[in-house]
Design a protein around this ligand. Structure first.
Ligand SMILES: Nc1ncnc2c1ncn2[C@@H]1O[C@H](COP(=O)(O)OP(=O)(O)OP(=O)(O)O)[C@@H](O)[C@H]1O
Ligand SMILES: [Mg+2]
Length: 302
């Protein structure tokens, strides 16, 4: 790609994929990973990851997977709109357990046997469900029942549920209270603050092999305002801004390139207020008029 050559980059720095190679360990992502590690090492059972769309849940799961895949048996369910039976089959298949022609009870028995054997070899068994807000209630309940498989000393199964905030709201409902009580650890992913946004942008450019490309501080500030620090939106916006800079043959990305990017993206989550200074100015003027008026009345009457 020409624009990569122009900026002296090896890779596209803002590609929209949850690639662990570009993982930026913001304080909250880092804390999340530490808690995931801790929860698996201590065999704490259920762990919940909650974050708004685009805040990096899948990316963080991929980093965790990379670290643990050689050390544990991991089933990862990415499309969880599954009935309890379909879900159990998907887990068994992901763990390479042969469940041909088995009914639900037989699948559960196979899973139990598998876990017991692996536990005797000190291997952790982890089920990860991404987009878990899409799991039907009956499947969440099945997952709770599955987590009951334990020895007198240890839980045999560790479960990570990752999803958008509505997942946590659903878990508070009466019918899922038992599951909610078992969640030992919770990770909350937050949007980046202005400094993290600036760091994030520079971190990804450095990972992509930066040579000449520079993003002005004011450009990063403008990007934070427009995206509210959501990494997915930052990627989309900065990617377009790079294009705008490239078309002008500028290796410095300036706020005007962001203006151009936001217009061309026309994204509903990145709307610019038309007269951002006008509302505070109006309230300010109103306050001045009121105070002056009151002062005038006071002086007249005293
Ligand atoms: N900590 C991070 N480091 C590097 N890139 C990140 C990070 N967090 C998010 N991203 C980037 O933002 C994009 C969205 O992240 P991701 O898909 O992980 O979000 P999500 O929380 O899983 O969103 P959704 O709820 O829509 O599934 C990814 O393409 C990834 O490149
Ligand atoms: Mg995701």
């Amino acid at each position: 790609m020409d624009f990569l050559r122009f900026f002296g980059l090896k890779k596209d720095p803002f590609k929209l994929v949850p690639d662990p190679a570009f993982f930026y360990p913001s304080p909250c992502h880092n804390e999340g990973l530490l808690l995931m590690d801790y929860s698996i090492r201590q065999k704490e059972g259920f762990l919940l990851i909650i974050g708004d769309p685009g805040t990096g849940k899948t990316t963080m799961l991929n980093v965790f997977l990379k670290k643990w895949k050689a050390k544990a048996e991991i089933a990862i369910i990415l499309t969880p709109r599954l009935s309890p039976e379909e879900f159990l089959s998907a887990v068994a298949e992901d763990l390479d357990i042969n469940i041909e022609n088995m009914n639900k009870n037989e699948i559960i028995k196979s899973l139990r046997d598998f876990m017991t054997i692996k536990a005797s070899k000190r291997k952790r068994i982890i089920i990860i469900v991404d987009e878990a807000q899409n799991l039907p209630d009956e499947t969440l309940e099945e997952l709770r029942l599955l987590s009951n498989i334990e020895t007198s000393k240890d839980k045999l199964l560790q479960i990570i549920l990752s999803g958008q905030p509505e997942l946590e709201a659903r878990l508070r409902a009466d019918n899922l209270r038992q599951l909610n009580q078992r969640i030992a650890n919770r990770v909350y992913l937050k949007n980046f603050n202005p400094d993290e946004t600036l760091d994030y942008i520079n971190f990804r450019i450095a990972k992509a092999g930066r040579k000449t490309l520079q993003v002005h501080r004011k450009t990063c500030r403008a990007a934070h305002k427009l995206t509210k620090g959501i990494p997915r939106l930052i990627n989309m916006l900065i990617s377009r801004a790079l294009m705008a800079a490239y078309l002008e043959e500028s290796s410095l990305v300036l706020p005007r390139h962001i203006d151009h990017a936001v217009k061309s993206l026309n994204h509903s989550d990145m709307k610019v207020r038309k007269w951002p200074g006008l509302v505070p100015a109006f309230i300010g003027s109103l306050a001045v008029i009121l105070v002056t008026g009151m002062l005038y009345i006071y002086l007249q009457t005293s």
